[in-house]
Design a protein around this ligand. Structure first.
Ligand code: GUN
Length: 305
């Protein structure tokens, strides 16, 4: 079977172009959507993510603020910052980059963001709305994936969808969104019995476990659509060769940078089995940022009616 690579980057560009058009229309009325991204500490990947998020805001004509706080920030200090962003008229969306340092009470902080400014969709009110189906702001990664499935015309109604990983950021909201589109949903995790057999039932298989290349050919049904949410850094040359093969251009990437990225899905195995697969990088990652921009726009429109 011929396996298509789903171009997340291209779809993300389409979504961002659509957002930019709406931002320009709002600006003509004197309204500029604004996003505040709060980063506590110096987690290297988080620094990159926050920089990309604020840069994308600027590209789309939105206002953005980066709030960088020292690693020893307390819960009380962070609560005060969230409170001032909740009250700021320039800010429509507030994003608290995760993970937060251990001394901070994560749930207390996420609960303190005004639900109407919660562009991550992590507030219990927004999670509740997602459960009922009456939602505006839902988590960006699963929303980006839904947008890709729709734009690629992948049938959802009655489809068997299997999600591996039950996180609050990806797995659980992904299950709800697919359920709302009338898929039959199975949510798997580390204790699931005979995981390969359950995954082989999937017309749509979503891997969100954070384990490099765990989903091998044995997990994939002929003709399935495979969505890879994993972003894992591989730092051993022998592992890069084993995963990508001796001929792969990844060997050169690795030689230049000392590491390369691999998803939760084996980078070669789905080809010839699946109908479509998202690459890493360039699959789900760009869609997450694009949907954050969309959520900021939606939050702004809702706040200004
Ligand atoms: N860390 C990893 N993924 C996410 C995300 O979607 N939002 C936030 N705020 N932090 C993250």
């Amino acid at each position: 079977m011929e396996t298509a690579r789903l171009d997340g980057k291209k779809i993300a560009e389409q979504i961002k172009d659509e957002v930019a058009i709406e931002v320009a229309a709002l600006q003509a009325k004197g309204i500029t959507p604004g996003l505040a991204a709060v980063l506590v500490g110096e987690h290297p990947a988080s620094q990159v993510y926050v920089r990309n998020k604020t840069k994308t805001c600027q590209q789309l004509g939105m206002h953005s603020e980066q709030i960088k706080l020292s690693p020893d920030t307390t819960t009380e200090q962070l609560l005060e910052i969230v409170d001032s962003l909740n009250r700021s008229d320039d800010i429509d969306g507030i994003l608290i980059q995760l993970p937060l340092p251990d001394q901070i009470d994560d749930q207390l902080i996420l609960n303190s963001v005004l639900p109407e400014k919660d562009v991550d969709g992590f507030h219990p009110v927004n999670i509740g709305r997602l459960v009922t189906g009456d939602y505006i702001l839902a988590p960006c990664t699963p929303m980006g994936i839904m947008e890709m499935l729709k734009r690629e015309s992948i049938p959802l109604k009655g489809a068997e969808a299997v999600i591996v990983g039950r996180s609050t950021i990806v797995g659980k909201p992904m299950a709800l969104l697919l359920l709302h589109e009338h898929a039959t949903v199975t949510l798997c995790h580390s204790r699931t019995k005979d995981l390969p057999a359950v995954c082989r039932r999937a017309d749509i298989l979503v891997a969100a476990i954070g384990r490099p290349a765990m989903i091998t050919g044995d997990y994939i049904k002929e003709g399935a659509t495979v969505i890879d949410v994993g972003i894992n850094r591989v730092e051993s040359e022998s592992q890069v060769i084993e995963l990508f093969g001796e001929e792969s251009p990844r060997i050169a990437t690795f030689a230049k940078r000392g590491s390369t990225l691999v998803g939760d899905v084996h980078p070669r195995d789905p080809y010839g089995i699946a109908a479509a697969v998202t690459p890493v990088p360039g699959g789900v990652g760009p869609l997450t940022i694009a949907h954050l921009m969309k959520n900021t726009l939606l939050a702004c429109k809702a706040r200004h009616h």
